[in-house]
Structure formats: structure tokens, C-alpha cells
Design a protein around this ligand. Sequence first.
Ligand SMILES: [Mg+2]
Length: 244
Amino acid sequence: MSPDRPILEALGRLKTRPATAPRPIAVYDLDSTLFCTGPRNLAIARAFSEYRHELRPFVEQLEAERMGWNVMADLQELGFADQAILTELRHFWRATFFTDHFVTMDSVYPGAVELVKAVQKTGCLTFYLTGRDDPGMRQGTLQALGSAGFPLPAEDVMLRLKPTWEEDDLAFKTHLFDELRQLGEVVLVFENEPTNANCFLRAFPTSTVVLHATIHSPDPEPLAPGVHVMESLAGDWIQGSDLQ
Ligand SMILES: [Mg+2]
């Protein structure tokens, strides 16, 4: 089966949906689903290397689009072994990664903007549901969405961020499931975390849940058989959409 098939089929179903059906909702995670956090991680490593010059030759070898989940592990793979400096970097990363300033440095995955717009065009409510926190990252998130060309919060576009940084990402998302059910019918979900994707499929078994296979946190659940995997959001599906 073409990896684009789930999107094509979902778009087709949305276009022929009866007017009396509940409002369709498309849920999008942001980090590592629509946005690539590699440039943010690289910018943080570069900023930190201004204080710890020993890191510079290693940071210079990092490539934004090829970075993993953990920038400390990326540097270790390049041969950097000073644990004390890596621990300092971990603290610096935690203090900077979840901030308005650094979040605007993310890049957008190819096809992401086109996907969200194509789905919106079918009448779907756009629901950005992210583990980013409201106090630290709302302004940067709005700026990043706007400058990338994503639909911004409006009557048919919602953005939900965690009320506090400390709250667990998945617990926050599951707390919003009832709100989603009241708004309409979840028909599409895009996630990069296998555990989250499984959770959405269990909660909304008639929806199309897509795992964007980028990077994810360590030790995920095995992916449920019903979750569709896409290596890239860019693809042939766009040929079949009305965006042409
Ligand atoms: Mg994510």
C-alpha cells in the first residue's frame, strides 16, 4: 500500500461527509510531527559551546536535519566524552529548549503546511495539541506557526498547550479527549510518539491515526497495528488534493 493512502482516503471521506455528521476534527502534534526540532537543538548546542569551547569542534559536526532525540547523545556519538560538560549541557538544554526564543528556530517538515491546509479545506477543525507549555512557549509557537504558513488559531483552528511545563505530555493530551468528543468527531491524528499514537487510536478507534516516523522519546510502546506510518508528509497525496 502506498504510504500516502491513509491521507488520500481520509481526504476522500472528508469531502463526501454528510452535512449532518458531527464536525470532523484533525489533531496535530507539533514537535517532531509538524516541526523538526533539529535546528532548535543545534542552536542550543551552539549557544552552550560559547561557554564551553571544548565542545565546539563536535558541535560543528552536527547537522540540524539529522539530529536525534537527545543532543547529548548526538555529541557522544561524535566522540565527545566529558560527562561533566554533558551534564551541564543537559541543564542548559532543559532551561532553553522549552522557550519562546528557541522554539522559533525549528524547521517545518516537507509537506506539513500543505497537509494541514488540505485537511482544513475539507471543513475539518484544525486542533493543534502539543506538549509545549503555555507560559513558556505560546508566543513562540504562534510566531512559528504563522511564519511557516500554518493556519493560525481562529474559529476553526484551535491551539492547546500544557498549562504548566511540569505536566506530563500524554496525561495532558488524554485530559482533552472529552473536549475533543464534545467538539465533534476526531477523524485524523498525526503524532510522532508511538505511545501517544496508540493512545489516540484506542480513544478514537474510527479515526485515521498517522505516525510521522521522525524521532521519538526512548522506550516507546510497540506501535499498534492500526496506526499508519509515514516516513514523510510530502508525497503523492498532494497531487490528488485541491491545493494544486
Ligand atoms: Mg511530538
